[in-house]
Design a protein around this ligand. Structure first.
Ligand SMILES: C[S@@+](CC[C@H](N)C(=O)[O-])C[C@H]1O[C@@H](n2cnc3c(N)ncnc32)[C@H](O)[C@@H]1O
Length: 319
């Protein structure tokens, strides 16, 4: 088959994607998000983007890519990020991390009560259940924490999931068996019978914002605890390494980093992170290298087309 012949792939053959278009799309996604789309994921990419082409009444991927590259394509560049990210999450996912957090809670609470500034970050928070689970775990230990200087930042590259997280409305059936009964103290009846909504006390602790982790981070302070779980699994090893190195610079000494169940710290970063539990790492006292400000996956930044996520400055800062 010639490289330019449109292969009949995916759920809708009329939307055929040439090899060159696939390579360009995969490169764009990698550059903007760090996510690697290998050839094995070609049909997955077609399936996810076919919906966008249909909604936009575009005839083929060539037209879609022209739209992405056009000055008016910003909304679609955001929609592309939403379409290709995997947002699976749930309350108290990987419960051992919340057990570890509960063990750290007395120390955090004591420091907060003595006036210390405590910051936690759910980096790659998806629809918010991780951040709400963090807040519920801490408030369960000390119900006064919402009156202290303790805040949780929760960010994701995908603006759609951040909107869902801010609403805090979830289907009752999505609350799985690993969820402790205490969570229900922080949930109220939602707008519909099958829904719950998170209580104001939980929301008061959390700030949800859109942020590409590869971009500059619009805050300067450090965090006591960072959850960055099931985010880098689709990144290439160098992007993953660069992100964790940046994270090291934002964790206080003795601070904790929680990774997802299939993620393991890069051994090159051993001096900065000491393992201290299942996919849990303690920040050592070794100084982290300076933050480069931005991560450019695979050095593909040359001649970058306009980007919704890499060119828009983030409009928030952590107090
Ligand atoms: C599978 S979810 C994980 C959610 C939650 N941390 C958990 O473990 O349940 C991965 C999230 O990472 C986000 N993500 C992927 N690439 C990102 C990037 N470059 N910057 C910020 N978030 C990103 C996705 O949008 C997605 O919501």
């Amino acid at each position: 088959m010639s490289r330019d012949r449109r292969p009949r792939l995916g759920p809708d053959p009329a939307l055929g994607l040439t090899d060159a278009e696939f390579a360009a799309m995969a490169q764009r996604i990698h550059r903007e998000t760090g996510i690697v789309i290998g050839t094995a994921k070609r049909n997955m990419l077609i399936a996810r983007l076919a919906h966008r082409l249909r909604d936009l009444a575009l005839p083929d991927f060539a037209a879609y890519m022209r739209l992405l590259d056009s000055p008016g394509g910003e909304a679609e560049r955001r929609a592309l990020v939403s379409a290709i990210t995997t947002n699976v999450t749930r309350f108290y996912r990987e419960p051992h991390h919340f057990a570890a957090l509960a063990e750290l809670a007395p120390g955090l609470s004591a420091r907060a009560r003595s006036g210390a500034r405590i910051r936690l970050w759910s980096a790659g928070c998806s629809t918010g259940q991780e951040a709400y689970s963090i807040a519920a775990t801490l408030l369960d230990h000390d119900p006064t924490l919402d009156s202290r200087d303790l805040r949780i930042l929760a960010t994701d590259i995908d603006a759609e999931v951040i909107e869902t997280a801010r609403r805090g409305v979830y289907d009752r059936r999505s609350i799985g068996p690993e969820t402790p009964p205490t969570l229900h103290r922080f949930l109220r009846d939602g707008p519909q019978d099958h829904q719950v909504i998170t209580a104001p006390k939980l929301r008061a602790l959390i700030r949800f914002e859109t942020l590409n982790l590869l971009d500059e981070w619009p805050f300067h302070g450090q965090f006591d605890i960072i959850f960055c779980r099931n985010v880098v699994i689709y990144f290439d090893p160098e992007t993953r390494h660069a992100l964790w190195r940046r994270i090291a610079g934002r964790l206080v000494e003795e601070g904790r980093l929680f990774l997802g169940h299939s993620e393991r710290m890069d051994s090159r970063l051993d001096p900065l992170f000491a393992p201290c539990g299942v996919t849990q790492y303690r920040r050592t006292g070794i100084a982290a290298p300076p933050d480069p400000g931005q991560i450019l996956p695979g050095n593909l930044a040359v001649a970058a087309p306009p980007s919704a996520t890499r060119t828009t400055p983030c409009p928030f800062a952590i107090p």
